[in-house]
Design a protein around this ligand. Structure first.
Ligand code: 5GP
Length: 113
């Protein structure tokens, strides 16, 4: 099966502007930023979407959120504020089928919709 784009970024096969990485996760700048700060937090493990996560993934999902918090501090938007988003499926407009969190900030964000 062909690897998705985030598996290829996580393995170093495709370049990305990486801001943080560890054994389990990689964080990099979104190629089409929707805000001055737009970082994607991606697990190295392939899970296509939130709906495919199981109880086994509880720790990984926690780490994803903690890494979003860590990266926001690292980038310097913890005080000004930021938003963490995860899209699941067509109605949410999920484009890449590999679980990821978006961290958006650097300006006043509009309402969700
Ligand atoms: P989704 O809509 O699936 O939640 O978000 C996928 C995000 O990945 C989009 O914001 C899109 O701009 C970003 N993206 C897609 N392909 C690439 C890529 O090759 N490199 C980077 N850095 N971001 C990508």
């Amino acid at each position: 099966m062909e690897k998705d784009i985030f598996c290829r970024i996580a393995s170093g096969e495709i370049p990305a502007d990486i801001v943080y990485e560890d054994d389990e996760l990689v964080a990099f700048k979104d190629v089409r930023p929707q805000a001055p700060i737009h970082i994607l937090i991606v697990p190295r493990k392939h899970i296509s979407k939130l709906d495919d996560a199981t109880a086994e993934d509880a720790e990984l999902l926690g780490r994803l959120m903690l890494t979003a918090i860590k990266v926001a501090r690292l980038i310097g938007i913890a005080e000004s504020g930021y938003r963490v988003i995860a899209n699941n499926g067509p109605d949410a407009g999920q484009e890449v089928y590999h679980i990821h969190f978006h961290v958006l900030g650097g300006r006043r964000l509009g309402p969700l919709g």
